[in-house]
Design a binder for this molecule. Structure first.
Ligand SMILES: NC(=O)c1ccc[n+]([C@@H]2O[C@H](COP(=O)([O-])OP(=O)(O)OC[C@H]3O[C@@H](n4cnc5c(N)ncnc54)[C@H](OP(=O)(O)O)[C@@H]3O)[C@@H](O)[C@H]2O)c1
Length: 308
């Protein structure tokens, strides 16, 4: 174990979060205004949930539970600056929920909808990568708001799971409906009020052709381009003009000061059963590469986590 400098603490990590967004920072030469890219030979960056076991930081005493950006590691040295949040787990709530619905994933769905999507009762909301970590929470929150919800996903089996387990009104898979435009015309003939987009590219362009007036497009992620040679252009902007639509990106971490209030609201929804925590747990740090690849390929359901 490394020696701690003043202002640092050591965590024993209990869960690693498999976040598709990190794929963006894995490619050689990656790195941007938000995060530095991962370097060859360094541990793979990841959000972790850990327990402080040694501390030279006044704000993080031994025994504190935190989530923070660190790496696929059993133990991490953290200084509290990097997406670090101390947690006070509630009795009876599984700790992993603080990496899922009550963690960065839930915060992403919550603030994307609160700040941009603003779903209203009776509206139609479409979510892409609807069966993933963020997508399952976003879809359930839209249902709570009284929307008709449509989830987009890869396989027919996952589309059924979206309806039967997650609670979407309609699940549309690329396997059954390769022509997304035709599927949207059939299932959302009234037009789309809110699009919560995790995918970008062709999916975004197609959904932009089916908007209702005053639609809101929440740009949460663009997974279709994380492994592509170059980003796919967005060419359907005329639709935004004639439909008076709003399209806006956001980063969940901008709202870190408001996490406690959002966690309270989401905890209440979990407790009264309006929102289900959906997680896919893998065991052991050695399973992290497989878990990450399964999540990227759409094999996982809900939030993909590795328990250490
Ligand atoms: N803005 C923010 O602050 C913020 C924070 C967290 C995450 N995000 C973004 O939110 C999105 C979801 O992240 P997550 O961690 O919750 O991941 P996730 O949805 O649990 O997993 C990613 C899913 O995307 C789908 N997918 C993969 N490749 C695809 C492709 N080429 N085209 C269409 N779908 C594809 C797969 O599901 P299917 O089986 O449905 O294809 C896969 O399971 C990501 O884009 C991520 O970058 C943004």
């Amino acid at each position: 174990m490394p020696d701690l400098n003043e202002g640092e603490f050591l965590t024993e990590n209990l869960y690693l979060s498999m976040d598709s967004g990190f794929r963006q920072w894995m490619s050689e030469g990656a790195g941007d205004n938000y995060l530095s890219g991962m370097q060859l030979g360094d541990p793979v960056q990841s959000i972790v949930l850990g327990k402080v076991i040694e501390s030279r930081h006044p704000g993080y005493g031994v025994g504190t539970i935190v989530n923070a950006r660190s790496a696929w590691q059993s133990h991490s040295v953290i200084d509290g600056s990097d997406l670090c949040t101390p947690l006070v787990p509630a009795p009876g709530v599984a700790l992993y929920e603080y990496m899922a619905t009550l963690g960065p994933t839930g915060m992403t769905a919550w603030f994307g909808l609160r700040e941009i999507g603003k779903p209203q009762s009776g509206e139609v909301m479409v979510v892409s990568a609807a069966g993933g970590a963020v997508g399952t929470v976003a879809g359930q929150l839209a249902k709570v708001a009284g929307c008709k919800t449509i989830g987009l996903t890869s396989s027919a089996e996952k589309a059924r799971w979206l309806v039967e387990e997650v609670g979407y009104d309609i699940g549309i898979s690329r396997e059954e409906f390769p022509d997304l435009a035709a599927a949207l015309a059939e299932h959302a003939p009234e037009g789309i009020d809110v699009f919560f987009d995790n995918v970008g590219g062709a999916t975004l362009n197609t959904v932009m052709g089916h908007l209702r007036e005053n639609a809101r497009l929440v740009l949460c992620g663009a997974i279709a381009q994380y492994e592509a040679e170059s980003p796919e252009p967005v060419y359907n902007c005329w639709e935004l003009i004639t439909k008076r639509a709003l399209m806006k990106g956001f980063m969940f971490s901008d709202y870190i000061d408001e996490f406690p209030a959002a966690m309270d609201a989401l905890s209440a929804l979990l407790a009264n059963g309006s929102v289900k925590g959906l997680v896919n747990l893998y065991q052991g740090v050695e399973s992290a590469p497989q878990a990450f690849c399964d999540m990227m390929r759409g094999l996982s359901r809900g939030k993909c986590l590795v328990r250490l």
